[in-house]
Design a protein around this ligand. Structure first.
Ligand SMILES: Nc1ncnc2c1ncn2[C@@H]1O[C@H](COP(=O)(O)OP(=O)(O)OP(=O)(O)O)[C@@H](O)[C@H]1O
Length: 797
């Protein structure tokens, strides 16, 4: 290009940027005006006197709505508008130009000036391709920083139809590549500006049924699933707002990693959780050994938990003998068996059936007590020669001898207050919490053996092999594992609510109050309602705001109510890293979504859980039947081609039936293998990590090591912490196991001891595949022994 041409192009580009700047400035002015309007309306509403109940309810509803809008308007500040589409002229009538943004805006005359990215009108922005441009002449990406347009990118689908004046301002660099080259921050960002056509299909798929998204590492499964949540809430707001959307991720670090995406899209009405937290009140993070995971993940556990419950509904070996208030009472063995069978025959959960059992047993004991009393009386009377023959028939019929109903009730009450009676009944049919049942089952070999026997004796029951039930045994104080959660949930179904329901409600209420205050504080900050010097008794203090929005803040209410309620039915559930869920875990998820409206995203080639999925159909078909639709994502947006080539070799070995995704870009450094002499890791690794940290500068580095060497490797690096908590994402360096690194990404990755990762168990190959596909720029594999042959493509140093 000649200098003159270049100058003309630069000038055309500058003037295009100027035009866009004017438009974007108008949009921000409109945003500011709307914020001011909502803020003033909110203040006015808060300042109003409460009035009567109806007025108060109405005001609550209005302020809830206004506040929701204000939160939304405040969360879209960055990248408010990121795109524009120009339609071609039809029959001489000029095509429309639409601006696409995070939310929809209208001007003072109610004319649309910005189209919400989720609206049908925005679809061509994502769906148009050079071969299928629809009615678009051009798609333009706007790069806006702090309200200033810093660049534009054009894709022209039909140069001939583009107005002459616009042709010179075309710019080549794709917005997507610019985004992908940015250094990682430890938090996933949204991709509204650069959603690709194959991802758009996933995001806008219809609500009913189960959508499975299978895709290799870095294909955008997570990010697309999150945008789908936002899309579904926008499109089906009335259905989903009340029931909520649940996103299930693999661990709390991952949830922290993705936690900003939905708020940045203006959506806060989504519950994010892990499988380990799906059972309210338990936060399971520990993982089972592969052997134990396989057993706990097997559907045979349903029978085992049933067996464990049945085992707690006992009949004494002989008669039941209890000493109450100095009197020995006896209920014969056959009666005990009869009472147990009657309670079981009710077909209601254990804790509910217990009520009948306790009542009937107390009645039997009261009768025994009465017999005893009558006998004593008779003995005394006989001894004193006072017995009148006319009394005999009554004594032969002890039922008749139980005087009035009131007497019986009183006798039962007194017996129930006697600790010995209570202990005897509890021993036969205890009140059980799921936590107690499962903890005692897994830590007591006798209970486990007899639950196993009960399970095997049940119709269709299968016996656990000795080595299987041995793998389940653990110390009584062991922490809950992720694999325990489905057992707890199963137990909760079989046990039913116990009498501590009330206490649980109180706890939930307290938690809810605290959450509301936290939320209110966030609202005050994000909306700018908090101003310097706001008097302490101002109407807008946190506690009052929380109080006022207790019933009207749908985001908070849904999240809080849903999280505290095991039986909550969500409107839609998204499961990420879904290949990790065992068949037992799927039972828990499915209970949360009776409508089976699901999005399941994962990669069967990355399954690290020995009890995880091998086939989507095998796992899901029994729940959703033919309402299962599968999409595939084939382009890797994370890993450069050079690293993906190494990963593809690994994939060929460990999951040859899976296709490796194709990388969208090339990297600027070759992935390499570094041999370290045995015993020299302590000396060499810190220096390598220092050098990598310097290379990634502001970016992030992960050292990924076999689980068995995590503590050792973390101990070698002064910048690392031994314990992995979600705030590891805030530091430049994280030392992780392959399981902990799942779903995350880093500018550079150092994988230590690949042979050790391969040897960790049946899914070691999948773990290695995960470990080497986390990098966006640089990969170094450190090996002390032979480099596994599947990594032969690495450059050697
Ligand atoms: N359309 C896009 N525009 C910009 N960035 C994208 C796009 N699609 C994906 N990415 C980026 O690619 C990276 C990988 O995405 P994501 O984590 O969702 O992939 P994944 O398929 O879930 O990977 P894995 O299976 O390894 O967990 C992220 O940084 C994401 O932001």
């Amino acid at each position: 290009m000649t200098e003159r041409c270049q100058a003309e192009t630069d000038q055309a580009y500058e003037s295009a940027v100027k035009v866009e700047q004017e438009y974007v400035s108008r949009l921000y002015a409109r945003l500011d005006a709307l914020r001011d309007h909502n803020r003033s309306a909110l203040r006015a509403a808060y300042a109003q006197d409460s009035g009567g109940y109806a007025a108060r309810m109405e005001r609550e509803a209005t302020t809830g709505e206004r506040l929701g809008r204000l939160v939304q308007l405040s969360s879209v500040e960055n990248g408010l508008c990121f795109g524009r589409v120009d339609q071609h002229a039809v029959d001489g009538v000029a095509g429309e130009t639409l601006y696409i943004g995070r939310i929809g805006l209208r001007d003072e005359d109610h004319e649309p000036v910005l189209i919400d990215w989720r609206a049908p009108a925005a679809r061509p922005f994502y769906a148009a391709t050079p071969t299928a441009p629809g009615d678009l002449v051009r798609r333009r990406h706007l790069h806006v920083r702090d309200r200033t347009v810093v660049g534009i990118d054009d894709e022209v689908f039909d140069l001939d139809r583009l107005p002459e004046s616009d042709r010179d301002s075309l710019v080549g660099e794709a917005a997507l590549l610019a985004t992908l080259r940015q250094a990682r921050t430890g938090r996933m960002g949204d991709i509204v500006a650069t959603i690709q056509a194959e991802q758009d299909r996933v995001i806008r798929a219809s609500l009913p049924g189960a959508l499975v998204v299978q895709g290799g590492p870095g294909t955008g499964k997570t990010v697309a699933a999150l945008h789908r949540a936002a899309y579904l809430l926008y499109t089906h707001r009335s259905t989903l707002e009340r029931r909520g959307v649940l996103v299930v991720g693999p661990n709390s670090t991952f949830l922290r990693y993705i936690g900003q995406v939905l708020p940045s899209l203006g959506e806060t009405d989504v519950v994010l959780t892990t499988v380990g937290e799906l059972y309210p009140g338990v936060r399971a993070e520990a993982v089972d050994s592969p052997e134990s995971a396989v057993v706990k993940g097997s559907p045979r556990m349903v029978g085992l938990v049933e067996g464990a419950v049945a085992d707690r509904q006992r009949v004494p070996d002989g008669d039941l003998v209890v000493t109450a208030d100095g009197t020995t009472l006896r209920v014969d063995h056959a009666t005990c068996a009869h009472l147990r069978d009657r309670a079981r025959g009710l077909g209601v959960p254990h804790n509910k059936a217990r009520k009948l059992f306790v009542n009937e047993m107390l009645w039997e004991l009261a009768r025994a007590q009465n017999d005893q009393m009558e006998r004593s009386l008779r003995e005394v009377e006989e001894a004193e020669g006072l017995l009148d023959h006319e009394d005999l028939p009554e004594l032969e019929n002890p039922d008749a001898a139980l005087r009035t109903e009131e007497d019986t009730a009183h006798a039962r009450e007194t017996l129930w207050a006697d600790p010995a009676v209570r202990a005897a009944i509890d021993d036969l049919w205890p009140l059980l919490t799921p936590e107690r049942l499962v903890a005692e089952l897994l830590s007591d070999p006798h209970r486990l053996a007899s639950a196993t026997a009960e399970a095997a004796a049940a119709p269709g029951g299968a016996e656990l092999a000795p080595e299987e039930w041995c793998s389940l045994l653990r110390p009584p104080d062991a922490p809950w594992t992720v694999g325990d959660v489905p057992l707890l949930d199963e137990a909760a179904e079989l046990l039913g609510e116990d009498d501590s329901e009330e206490r649980a409600r109180e706890r939930a209420e307290e938690r809810r109050r605290r959450e509301e205050e936290r939320y209110a504080q966030g609202v005050l900050e994000v909306t700018g309602l908090v101003e310097d010097g706001l008097p302490a008794d101002d109407l807008l203090d946190t506690a009052r705001l929380a109080e006022r929005h207790r019933d009207t803040g749908p985001a908070l209410t849904t999240a809080e109510r849903a999280a505290a309620d095991r039986t909550w039915a969500y409107g839609h559930v998204i499961v990420d890293e879904a290949q990790e869920l065992s068949k037992m875990a799927w039972r828990v998820v499915m209970r949360r979504v009776p409508t089976r409206s699901l999005t399941v995203v994962g990669d069967l080639a990355q399954t690290g859980n020995a009890a995880g999925a091998r086939s989507w159909r095998e796992v899901l078909e029994r729940y959703v039947h033919d309402r299962l639709h599968e999409e595939r994502l084939l382009v890797n947006y994370r890993t450069p081609a050079e690293i993906m080539a190494v990963a593809a070799d690994v994939l060929r070995e460990v999951a040859p039936e899976q296709e490796p995704p194709e990388s969208v870009r090339e990297g600027d450094s070759l992935p390499r293998a570094l041999h370290v002499a045995p015993g020299a890791l302590a000396r060499e690794l810190p220096a390598l990590v220092e050098a990598e940290l310097a290379t990634v500068a502001e970016g992030r580095l992960a050292v990924i090591t076999p689980a068995g060497r995590h503590a050792e490797v973390a101990g070698l690096l002064p910048q690392a912490t031994a314990e992995v908590t979600p705030d590891v994402l805030d530091r430049p360096l994280a030392v992780l196991t392959p399981t902990q690194s799942k779903g995350l990404e880093f500018d550079a990755v150092v994988t230590v001891d690949p042979a050790g990762i391969l040897a960790t168990g049946p899914t070691g190959g999948h773990d290695l595949y995960v470990a080497i596909t986390r990098a966006t720029r640089r990969l170094t594999v450190v090996h002390e022994g032979e480099l596994p042959s599947m990594l032969g493509r690495l450059a050697h140093e």
